[in-house]
Design a protein around this ligand. Structure first.
Ligand SMILES: [Fe+2]
Ligand SMILES: [Fe+2]
Length: 185
């Protein structure tokens, strides 16, 4: 599968804004992979495809998960949008033949997780610091990601958790596990 073929698939599944986001994440993944000596091609592929399932309607997400034996926990049941990560990983495996390592990174890109490998870490942070992103702390985190990758992920996890507290919404267990793991290191 070539990058251009995946771009064509994505153009049919995503809005213009989300497609642009995907390109920005791909470019950030490439920069980080180069910086940290990680496979650039793999990083580009997962950056581009990570949100392939993002715009699937919630009822379809739940149906896809059921039909494809993807376990859905109570937090995901309350916010099915979270499932786009696991579903995206499943689609990329079945439709594009991505490796297990690449699919693992896609499945953890929203929540984070315990023991993330370099590819997972790069995608997780690239998703939040691509050039399409524009929020208060983004310049700081973008800079930090190239100096101390784990610290940048911890910062992002804290932002996510703060947002959950503000909205009084559930916190995904993988987010807590990811944070605890980084704090222990
Ligand atoms: Fe996403
Ligand atoms: Fe994304």
């Amino acid at each position: 599968m070539e990058i251009e073929e995946i771009k064509n698939v994505l153009k049919n599944k995503l809005s213009e804004k989300r497609f642009f986001h995907s390109i920005c994440v791909m470019e950030m993944c490439e920069k980080l992979a180069q910086h940290y000596n990680v496979d650039i091609e793999e990083a580009r592929f997962i950056g581009l495809a990570h949100d392939i399932a993002k715009e699937m309607p919630s009822d379809e997400k739940l149906k896809y998960a059921k039909d494809n034996n993807i376990p859905v926990n109570t937090v995901e049941m309350a916010s099915p949008t979270l499932l786009h990560a696991k579903i995206g990983a499943d689609i990329c495996k079945k439709e594009f033949g991505f490796s297990d390592k690449m699919c693992k990174a896609i499945s953890l890109h929203t929540t984070g997780g315990e023991n993330m490998n370099m590819l997972s870490k790069i995608l997780f942070i690239a998703d939040g610091i691509g050039l399409d992103r524009n929020y208060e702390d983004v310049d700081y985190i973008r800079d930090l990601a190239f100096k101390d990758l784990d610290a940048s992920i911890l910062y992002m996890l804290n932002l996510t958790i703060k947002e959950c507290l503000e909205k009084n919404s559930q916190i995904h267990l993988d987010t807590i596990l990811a944070r605890n793991y980084l704090l222990k290191k």
